[in-house]
Design a protein around this ligand. Sequence first.
Ligand code: FAD
Ligand code: NAG
Ligand code: NAG
Length: 501
Amino acid sequence: MFRLRLEALVAVAALISASCADVLTRGLCSRDDPDVQALGSALSPTAEIYFPGSDEFEAATTRWSVLETPTVNVVVVPGTENDVVATVKYANKKRLPFLVYNGVHGAITTLGRMDSGVGISLGKLSSVKIAGDGNTATIGGGTFSKTVTDTLWAAGKQTVTGTCECVSYLGPALGGGHGWLQGHHGLVADQLVSARIVLADGTLKTIDANSDLWWAIGGAGHNFGIVTSVTTKIFDIEHRDWAIETLIFSGDKLEAVYQAANDLLADGTQSADLINWSYWLNIPDFDPDHPVIMFYIIQQGVTAVDPTYTSPFHAIGPLSIQPQAGTYTDLAGWTGIANTSPPCQNAGLVNPRFPIYLYEYNVAALRTAYDTYAEAIGGSSVFNASLFMFEGYPTEGVRAQGLESSAFAFRDRRLLAAPLITYSPLDAERDAEAARVGNQLRQILHDASGLQEFGVYVNYAYGDETPEQWYGSEEWRQDRLQGLKAKYDPSGKFSFFGPVA
Ligand SMILES: Cc1cc2nc3c(=O)[nH]c(=O)nc-3n(C[C@H](O)[C@H](O)[C@H](O)COP(=O)(O)OP(=O)(O)OC[C@H]3O[C@@H](n4cnc5c(N)ncnc54)[C@H](O)[C@@H]3O)c2cc1C
Ligand SMILES: *[C@@H]1O[C@H](CO)[C@@H](O)[C@H](O)[C@H]1NC(C)=O
Ligand SMILES: *[C@@H]1O[C@H](CO)[C@@H](O)[C@H](O)[C@H]1NC(C)=O
């Protein structure tokens, strides 16, 4: 009887010795398959192939959120960009679906449509090379945000990346990419000057602003190819110092807190140096029955947040005030998204988010949302580890690119709100209840916003939204995306993550 090899294996040896016909389907893993052998000999010596049952396969495919996850029956770990080409060509020849596995924090439920195919895990394509002139860096397609930030920081440089350490650099970028420095420079994607991309037919291209595809990459990029590396603008570190104040309020202070947040910069000119985030979450030591409001005010270029911004909040009567000072590299730890923080653990939980872009805090709607949220997730509810996130990044640099400059459609919105309903997996009924709560919460905020259509950050999306909600409801946007899809991916090989059509 054939036995499944349990360990990770170097490419050629793996392909020739792997024998798993009793486990796998579609002839994917048959020892005698000439296509498999051809793939093996086409891969570089550093490539690896993992089969189900091995620790390496488990590690590569275990995701942050376990709702409607993709499934694959083999994982290829390319050692070079040409290995990505060979793998895509192999999958196409075998008529197998394929999907990139990068930071595995993608949680949109459309990923669940990926069923038995080839996972392409980019972890070996991790590199950051700063150009001689110090103006750009070339970043491998499988590099994590933290690696980018730390490598650049050590060289006195920085660029816009996602804020979370355990997310890949490119996952956020392909949907636009929000980060601490966006108020100055724009979204993560706005920094890119060129990309190496493997298209649906397996061809490898370098694209830049001269390509019609360029407009789509920074917003709907998941739909068009596998990015093996990018060259991005980088900047001298402007401010080494950063400071934060973390304020915790009881729920009854909600109106005062968000009124103060609106008032402080009522004319909409939030300084590019200032970020405010808040989370609603249960901290039983502060309040055993209701979620508290954790409000972060973050400022760059200072060692303590300017009292102009903090004193109105102090006057409201917080339960706790915690100032901290350090550098840019401390931000992820301060805001609970460092590699060691809970959201960076792939702990087998279900983690759907229900995002909505807004213009401002609507205090009355926030009260309704808070009461609804408190009832659903308070006390000993199975959803009691949930987090309602409000991200008030500065947006000046994002708007400055021009509202139509890329497939990212929501440059004029100032606020990103998203309940994250966290729970242990149980059954369809619990999933449906979580979706009901999450959708109800964003509906409350939407109804009060006066906006016609939801704007949804595709990288946070639940998965039941429409392409108009992910990519903007303007007809020209939809036409443009569909035209590009028909040209570059007519058979929908890259249609598992927020498909444009
Ligand atoms: C804790 C947490 C913090 C977050 N923080 C931020 C943040 O600060 N800013 C922000 O903008 N977003 C943030 N996000 C959202 C994030 O952008 C998405 O979750 C993103 O999909 C994660 O990418 P990944 O590579 O980690 O996940 P994966 O699941 O590996 O990738 C998601 C999808 O991206 C595509 N993809 C990834 N890499 C490539 C590539 N090289 N080429 C082609 N396609 C690729 C694939 O379609 C894949 O299915 C956060 C998410 C979490 C869970
Ligand atoms: C959530 O509820 C469980 C009991 O169901 C309890 O043990 C746990 O402490 C609660 N967690 C929080 C954060 O309230
Ligand atoms: C917080 O951010 C929001 C959204 O960007 C903005 O409207 C508000 O003025 C900011 N408030 C503070 C105190 O920074």
